[in-house]
Design a protein around this ligand. Structure first.
Ligand code: ATP
Length: 304
């Protein structure tokens, strides 16, 4: 049984939700309904958005973040996923929502999904609903494929469209370096390019067997060899500079560089904290924003 941290809080409620990376992203051939079957291993890392929700007379939304996060790229109307989440679950109440973003926008790190998950949990705690985890997870799956994982966090396997989440025991503490791009990539565009490049993709997505063994071994060199992303080729084909970035990160000492999900953010697995700091120093000569992170971390949770 999947567990979402149960906690009650007084108003307003702030929920922290983490960015995800995909340690394995197996993508199968597009189905008739337009979706791609996935077999993925997510990990939540220590880069997060904080979403505060309170009851208000009128609905309102503000989005803030550091200068390197493209908050202007986040819609502030009804299409914002946090607003969509509240519209789905609230019975007539109006809410003021404040999102403080650290997760790159359209970066392949499911920042929007994190905000959706955070809004669902904040709404539950704000109105003291105490809904069981399976109800929250079903609401999350209706919002988007990555939203259930944002609730669960840690390290987990995702199947179906990614929404069927099963936690994985992961006692490791993995160090990453994250390099966001100034301009995001559209996830549907990357999938369309995957379809063009891989018309022969197998119906069943690649299983993460090597990766699961490597996680259990808790050895970063082995994990580095097992990382896999079927969307890396289309993302690099659309943005060739990502190939250069990955080469530079590996030359700076990363065990392995990888496009995160549909990109364009790239993540680098490093040999512990010291290794990550070396890679941060090396990549900072070329890139303005280079962030160390550690995973796995908890799923969406109320801040005390
Ligand atoms: P994916 O989950 O597909 O990997 P992503 O991480 O690449 O997504 P997101 O940051 O989740 O990208 O945003 C994708 C798009 O969703 C944005 O370009 C934006 O238009 C829209 N969006 C809606 N709500 C939000 C939100 N709260 N935060 C960020 N983007 C949002």
């Amino acid at each position: 049984m999947v567990e979402v941290r149960a906690q009650r809080a007084s108003k307003p409620v702030t929920v922290r939700a983490a960015a995800k990376i995909n340690l394995h992203l197996g993508v199968g051939r597009v189905r008739d309904d337009g979706f791609h079957p996935l077999d993925t291993v997510y990990q939540a890392i220590s880069l997060h958005d904080d979403v505060t929700v309170e009851v208000a007379d009128e609905d309102a939304l503000t989005v803030d973040g550091p200068s390197h996060v493209d908050v202007a790229g986040v819609p502030t109307d009804a299409s914002n996923i946090a607003v969509r989440a509240l519209a789905e679950v609230s019975c007539g109440s109006r809410h003021r929502v404040r999102i403080v973003k650290q997760v790159p926008v359209a970066g392949g790190m499911a920042g929007g999904s994190a905000d959706g998950a955070a809004a669902l949990l904040a709404h539950d705690r704000l109105h003291d609903l105490g809904q069981p985890d399976d109800v929250l997870l079903a609401q999350a799956a209706r919002l988007g494929s990555d939203v259930p994982f944002s609730l669960v966090g840690g390290t987990a396997r995702g199947r179906g469209r990614g929404e069927l989440v099963e936690p994985i025991d992961d006692a490791g503490s993995w160090w990453w370096v994250v390099v966001p791009a100034a301009v995001g990539l559209s996830t549907p565009e990357v999938y369309r390019h995957f379809d063009r490049l891989r018309p022969d993709a197998p119906e069943q997505p690649a299983e993460p067997l090597d990766l699961l063994a490597a996680l259990a071994g808790r050895e970063p060199v082995r994990l580095a060899r097992a990382l896999h992303n079927d969307l890396e080729e289309p993302a690099i084909d659309l943005r060739p500079e990502l190939g250069t970035l990955i080469e530079r990160g590996e030359a700076a000492g990363a065990l392995r560089g990888l496009v995160s999900g549909s990109g364009p953010t790239c993540v680098f697995l490093c040999d512990g904290r010291d290794g990550a700091m070396e890679v941060v120093a090396g990549l900072s000569e070329h890139y303005d924003v280079v962030l160390p992170a550690v995973g796995p971390v908890a799923g969406a949770h109320v801040l005390a």
